[in-house]
Design a protein around this ligand. Structure first.
Ligand code: UD1
Length: 417
C-alpha cells in the first residue's frame, strides 16, 4: 500500500494552480444521465472519486471518451438503472444517480452508500423528498428499490435540514418532472450553483427565487452542451492554510476569491496577509498566529471540509482556540493522530479545544478520511524531520497531483511503497 514521506519543516513559496472542483464535478456527471445528447465537460479534476463516478456511469450504459482535456459523455444508448454496491460504497455521491435515473426511466435500484468514518451519513432526506415527487421506494438488502410508475410529478418541497446531496438529487430529478417544483431550505454551496448553471446550459428551466428557494419547470428536451466545471474551493482553502501554517508565501491562481471569502476573512483574523485579485489570491503567512473560535456550517459558513486543516493551523496559535463541528457528528478522527504529533486537542461531543503554541513532532501516521489525510500532511510539513502517512488512498479521492503541487512550492514530499 502506498504511503507518503514528508520532510519538514517546510516554508512554502511559489504558485499553485487550483484544479476543477470534485464536489461540483460529481453531481454534474450524475446529471448528464438526464440527457440523450452529447455532453462535453472540461476542468474535471484527475482524482479517484471522479474515476469512480465515470465507472458508475459506464456501468449504467453511458459511453464516455476521455481525451485528457475533455470528457465526452453520450447517454443515447444508456438504459440500465442498477447502481451496484461496489461502486457506491467508496463514494457517497453515488446516490446522486438516483434522481436522474428516476427522472428518465421512472425506476432505479441504487445501493445505499452506508456509513463512513466521519458519521452515519443517512440519505433519508433524499428519499423523503423524492417521494413527494411521486416516488415509491423500499429498502431491501442495502439497496433502494425505487419507482414512479406515472413518472415524476412536480411538487413543493421544504427540506427539513440543509443537505448538499439532497438538494442536488432533487434539483436534477425535478428537471424532467411533469410540472413545477419548488425546493426551499436548499443548500447554496457554490457547487450547487455550478450544477444549476450546467443544467440551465442543457436547457433545463430553473430559477433561484430567493436565497434558499429554487423553482424548476420540468422540460422534455435537452440540448448538446459544453461546460467547464468551477475550481475547487476546498483545495484552494487547503493551500491557503498551508501557507498560513508554514510562514509561506503563495500565489493561488485560477479561483475567484469571492467564493472563499469566509475562509479568507478567518485567515486574515489569525494573522495571514492576503491580497485578493481577479482569479488570484496572494497569501503571506505570519510568524504569529492568533487564536480564534470557529464553527462549521452550511455555505456561506466555514466549511466542514476545511475543519481538520484549520485545526492544524490553530495548534500554532498564541492561545487556546475552539472548533465546533456542526455538520458531521464524528469528524474529529484526525485529532488522535495530531495529538501523537504533539498537539494538545481535547474533544467533548462536537466541540474541540485546541491548545496553542504547539511544536509538531514528525511521526508515522494513519489517514482516516479525505480531509483528515490532508491535515496530517499539513502537520507533517510543519514538523521537523521525517513523517510517514499511511492509507493515502483517502487523499487520492480528492486532491489532484498533491505531491507535485507541494513539491513545486518547496515541500519535500514523495510517494513510497
Ligand atoms: C457534501 C460534500 C461533502 C461535505 C458536505 C457538507 C459532496 C460530494 N460532498 O456531502 O464534501 O462535507 O456536503 O458540506 O459534495 N443528512 C441526513 N440525511 C440525509 C442527508 C444528509 O441526515 O439524507 C445529514 C448528514 O449526515 C450531515 C448533514 O446532513 O450531518 C449534511 O450532509 P450533506 O450536506 O447531505 O452532505 P453530503 O451531500 O453527503
Amino acid at each position: 500500500m502506498k504511503k507518503l514521506e514528508v520532510f519538514g519543516a517546510a516554508k512554502l513559496k511559489g504558485q499553485i494552480r487550483i484544479s476543477g472542483s470534485k464536489n461540483a464535478s460529481l453531481p454534474i456527471l450524475a446529471a448528464t444521465l438526464l440527457s440523450d445528447k452529447k455532453i462535453f465537460l472540461t476542468n474535471l479534476p484527475k482524482v479517484k472519486d471522479i474515476e469512480t463516478m465515470v465507472l458508475l456511469l459506464k456501468s449504467l450504459g453511458s459511453t464516455i471518451e476521455d481525451n485528457k482535456k475533455t470528457l465526452t459523455i453520450n447517454n443515447n444508448k444508456q438504459t440500465k438503472t442498477f447502481a451496484a454496491y461496489n461502486l457506491v460504497k467508496t463514494m457517497r455521491a453515488g446516490i446522486l444517480v438516483l434522481g436522474p435515473l428516476l427522472a428518465k426511466f421512472g425506476k432505479a435500484k441504487v445501493s445505499l452508500p452506508g456509513g463512513c468514518a466521519i458519521g452515519s451519513r443517512p440519505v433519508d432526506i433524499h428519499l423523503q423528498a423524492l417521494s413527494k415527487l411521486g416516488v415509491k421506494y423500499k429498502i431491501i438488502q442495502g439497496y433502494v428499490h425505487a419507482n414512479a410508475p406515472r413518472g415524476l410529478v412536480g411538487a413543493n418541497i421544504k427540506f427539513p435540514k440543509i443537505s448538499v446531496g439532497a438538494t442536488e438529487n432533487l434539483i436534477i430529478a425535478a428537471c424532467l418532472a411533469n410540472g413545477k417544483t419548488t425546493l426551499s431550505n436548499c443548500a447554496i454551496e457554490p457547487e450547487i450553483k455550478d450544477l444549476v448553471n450546467f443544467l440551465i446550459k442543457m436547457k433545463c428551466n430553473i430559477k433561484w427565487t430567493s436565497k434558499r428557494t429554487i423553482k424548476i419547470n420540468g422540460v422534455n428536451n435537452l440540448s448538446e452542451t459544453k461546460y467547464e466545471v468551477m475550481p475547487d474551493r476546498i483545495e484552494a482553502g487547503t493551500y491557503l492554510i498551508a501557507a498560513a501554517l508554514t510562514e509561506g508565501n503563495l500565489k493561488i491562481v485560477g479561483i475567484d476569491p469571492k467564493i472563499i471569502s469566509t475562509e479568507i476573512d478567518i485567515l486574515k483574523k489569525v494573522g495571514a496577509k492576503i491580497i485578493k485579485k481577479k482569479n488570484e489570491i496572494l497569501i503571506q503567512g505570519s510568524k504569529k498566529i492568533k487564536n480564534i473560535n470557529i464553527k462549521t456550517s452550511p455555505y456561506p459558513g466555514f466549511p466542514t471540509d476545511l475543519q481538520a486543516q484549520m485545526m492544524v493551523l490553530l495548534c500554532k496559535a498564541n492561545k487556546k482556540s475552539f472548533i465546533r463541528e456542526e455538520i458531521f457528528e464524528n469528524r474529529f478522527m484526525h485529532v488522535a493522530e495530531l495529538n501523537r504529533m504533539g498537539a494538545k486537542i481535547s474533544v467533548k461531543g462536537n466541540k474541540a479545544t485546541i491548545e496553542g503554541n504547539i511544536k509538531f513532532e514528525a511521526a508515522e501516521l494513519m489517514a482516516t478520511d479525505l480531509r483528515a489525510s490532508v491535515s496530517l500532511i499539513l502537520a507533517a510539513l510543519a514538523s521537523k524531520g521525517k513523517s510517514i502517512i499511511n492509507r493515502i488512498y483517502h487523499l487520492d479521492r480528492g486532491y489532484e497531483s498533491i505531491e507535485k503541487k507541494l513539491k513545486k512550492i518547496g515541500a519535500k514530499i514523495r510517494r513510497i511503497n
